[in-house]
Design a protein around this ligand. Structure first.
Ligand code: SF4
Length: 768
């Protein structure tokens, strides 16, 4: 008969997908039910487990005595195997899966482990020194080219014991004279993978790695979560090295006699992978591997693999082909953000579905919460982090909880810019009451761009992502007042009055040729966009842009169908101007279909006509376009760095800068430099420096740049990438404005109403 097994860990949720193994558990956080004995449940107190806590040790001892009495043959498995000594003498004979103390002690000492493994795998350059024997200036001398450093104590974990040193003042503040630290250069453009390995007598098993997620801002070493999906999108050279080095380290550990689970942390630059440390224990992200086993209906868990490593020579679960499609973020307590954290917790709990699950180990907000203590964690299907073009880890904008910006109505321009950036970046959700009212009034207009059209404070138009890109957990919510007015709230508090735009009824019609109107035209805030073709040449030739969801099609759009749509909208007062756009024609196109549409538009009215297309190879075509009625043009570069342009736009990215330049110069000579010649840049797909270079390049030619924030679109090859942070976007916006001013051009677009999905705010008060 198997003996009763108990888990001693941090959270009860660590064993949620393998609790069949355990008769019960002792944890810091938990329900206190079904065999769980939790410290927080018993004491009404959640403390920061990164610091030692005597009350917790005492709690465990009491629980152990009770378990020994009730289950004389009880056995125990520990999350932190090295802590068994603290829990009293009786425990050591009842432990399963324990490695030798000497080996654990070696691995717990980060300094010794680095030295030990430096002959087997690359280790980030470091020196070990007592605080009193070194200073900031010496560090700068020892590591030329660096001015920022990381100091790590020998025994450190989860960010505590690790310090950022960027000045003599930081050094004085954090570094104790008598303590030993390892000092390394701070490599900003890097990410930190972690891999679980399981060591058996005869083999080493590698489990899927993840990327570790840390706070942005001052608490940059504070561990918050892991992203298994992001790891799968890292460059091949990095993925390969992580597996190779993990195996080498695993073999070294196996020869040394280590058995069972451990986690290895690496630091990766774009071309190098360095070993950082080994954690001789389960990992904070182990529960996600268990979740993947569970959802793949494989009767296995990290705990079982760990147990088996002490019983068998090899792993009995081959073949172990596991894909972990999850990421998670853990929230810890900060009294300054109490209200925001509570709001986010409620929001995540309410969104509980296949895409996101909130686990809080029975959090009660009335408990005494120590600063830094664990509150809850949200598990996401798919990634919440992505590699930035600068090789840093970008966290999705809706993950970290932030303090609300100080703002009051009426907004000044700077307020409006900040809020617009945030709306575009975070998206919006809608309260049940507001959704019901909207349904009564008409259909919300969001399907074309998975975004809602909001008119905010009667001042600015914003096309805000909705039902896409994790907008369900956005801090922005549309609500409705008892008087039936829509309002926009941020973290549950009123922000602005808004109006919503409903779906254009005409778009439901079909042409005589059987083409839906909405495949030909789209009515925006004040502009009718007409597609000059269906699909796109690049998609048809399998080299479409990787961020675009336009589909390839054999269907041909007849001019008669286009005419029918234009006629139908002829008297529509909402149409103040036209846009001719859509997918690209062939590179050698003579723009025949476009010229025909433009000419017809001219017969209907004198409204201005904006053409968005590829730059024509034959620039004389531009003269014809002008003569036939085009009043504005845009040839969108999208990405200035031509290497990245080809990577993300294998077809369109091959068009040389020279071709664009010729078209821009000719266009400026025809339509002037007052905003009628434009180009769109996607913000987020290239480093800030190359984007700003591109903005300078076009504005010097008299072309108005338009900044369009990257939006990951589901089922496209770049669906896993993320837009930059609000702060980075704001910096780009401010720099773009400056560059435009220096070159005497306006940031595009010229039309106030068409700014809705761009990074531009021109406030129009009372613009009815
Ligand atoms: S050119 Fe690129 S972005 Fe434009 S429709 Fe074609 S594939 Fe999409």
């Amino acid at each position: 008969m198997t003996r009763p097994l108990f888990w001693i860990g941090i959270r009860e949720s660590e064993i949620m997908d393998c609790n069949h193994l355990f008769t019960g558990s002792i944890t810091i956080f938990g329900t206190g039910e079904n065999g769980n004995r939790s410290f927080d449940h018993s004491t009404g107190y959640r403390f920061d487990y990164n610091h030692e806590h005597e009350q917790w040790i005492a709690f465990v001892k009491v629980q152990l005595q009770d378990i020994y009495r009730k289950y004389p043959d009880a056995q125990f498995m520990l999350y932190y195997p090295d802590e068994y000594n603290a829990y009293g003498n009786g425990l050591s004979q009842r432990l399963i899966c324990q490695n030798e103390d000497d080996l654990i002690n070696l691995l717990e000492d980060k300094h010794r482990t680095r030295k030990w493994l430096s002959s087997c795998v690359p280790v980030c350059p470091y020196i070990i020194s007592l605080g009193k024997e070194i200073n900031y200036d010496t560090l700068c001398e020892k590591f030329p080219y660096y001015t920022e450093f990381v100091a790590q104590e020998a025994y450190s974990c989860g960010g505590s014991g690790t310090y950022f040193v960027a000045s003599p003042k930081d050094f004085e503040k954090n570094i104790l004279r008598e303590n030993a630290y390892s000092f390394s250069p701070y490599i900003e453009n890097s990410v930190s993978p972690n891999i679980h390995i399981i060591i058996y007598d005869d083999e080493v098993l590698l489990l899927p790695p993840s990327v570790q997620l840390f706070s942005s801002g001052d608490e940059r070493f504070h561990y918050h979560g892991a992203d298994y999906v992001m790891f799968t999108h890292l460059p091949e050279n990095i993925v390969h090295s992580v597996y190779r080095y993990a195996r080498l380290i695993g073999e070294r550990l196996r020869y040394a006699g280590y058995r069972g689970v451990c986690g290895i942390d690496f630091l990766c630059e774009s071309t190098e992978v360095y070993f950082m440390e080994i954690n001789a224990r389960f990992q904070s992200s182990s529960f996600l591997i268990n979740r993947a086993f569970h959802n793949a209906s494989v009767a296995c868990s990290v705990q079982e693999l760990h147990r088996d490593a002490f019983l068998h020579r090899t792993c009995s679960y081959h073949p172990l082909d596991l894909s972990v499609k999850y990421s998670f973020w853990g929230y810890s307590y900060d009294p300054r953000l109490h209200r925001q954290l509570q709001y986010t917790h409620a929001l995540h709990v309410s969104c509980d579905d296949e895409d996101a699950i909130c686990i809080d180990d029975n959090l009660d907000w009335n408990m005494h919460l120590e600063k830094g203590t664990y509150l809850y964690k949200s598990i996401f299907h798919g990634n919440i982090a992505a590699l930035s073009p600068d090789f840093t880890c970008r966290i999705h904008s809706n993950i970290e909880v932030e303090k609300q910006l100080e703002t009051s109505l009426p907004w000044n321009h700077a307020d409006a810019v900040q809020w617009k950036i945030m709306l575009l970046n975070h998206g919006v959700c809608i309260s049940e009451n507001a959704a019901k009212e909207a349904e009564k009034q008409g259909e919300l207009n969001y399907e074309e761009f998975t975004a809602l059209d909001l008119h905010v404070n009667g001042e600015m138009y914003v096309n805000v992502p909705y039902m896409a890109n994790r907008s369900q957990i956005s801090p922005f919510e549309i609500d409705i007042t008892p008087k039936g007015n829509y309002i926009l709230c941020y973290q549950g508090e009123f922000l602005a009055n808004i109006a919503l735009r409903y779906r254009d009824k005409l778009s439901d019609k079909t042409t005589k040729g059987g083409i839906p109107f909405d495949a030909i035209g789209y009515l925006g805030n004040d502009r009718l966009r007409i597609f000059h073709r269906l699909g796109c040449f690049f998609k048809d030739t399998h080299c479409g842009c990787k961020f675009c969801d336009v589909e390839s099609t054999d269907e041909i759009l007849c001019f008669e169908d286009i005419k029918e749509v234009l006629d139908a909208y002829q008297d529509n007062e909402d149409v103040r101007h036209y846009l001719v756009g859509g997918g690209s024609n062939t590179l050698s196109s003579n723009f025949g279909n476009i010229l025909r549409i433009v000419k017809y538009m001219k017969t209907l009215s004198n409204k201005s006509i904006y053409l968005m297309s590829l730059p024509p190879y034959d620039i004389q075509l531009l003269t014809r376009l002008k003569r036939d009625g085009v009043t504005e043009v845009a040839f969108n570069l999208e990405i200035f760095d031509r290497g990245l342009a080809q990577k993300y736009m294998p077809g369109k990215g091959k068009i040389s800068l020279e071709i664009y330049k010729n078209a821009f110069e000719k266009s400026v000579s025809l339509w002037g430099n007052t905003g009628n010649v434009r180009t769109i840049f996607v913000v987020g797909l290239e480093p800030k420096e190359s984007l700003l270079k591109g903005i300078a390049y076009v504005s010097k030619l008299g072309v108005s740049p338009i900044l369009s924030l990257f939006k990951p679109i589901a089922d496209t090859p770049l669906a896993h990438l993320l837009a930059p942070s609000d702060k980075e976007i704001y910096e780009i916006y401010i720099n773009a404005l400056r560059i435009c001013n220096e070159n005497n051009v306006e940031l595009g677009p010229a039309c106030h109403y068409c700014e809705d999905n761009t990074l531009k705010v021109s406030l129009l008060i009372n613009d009815n």
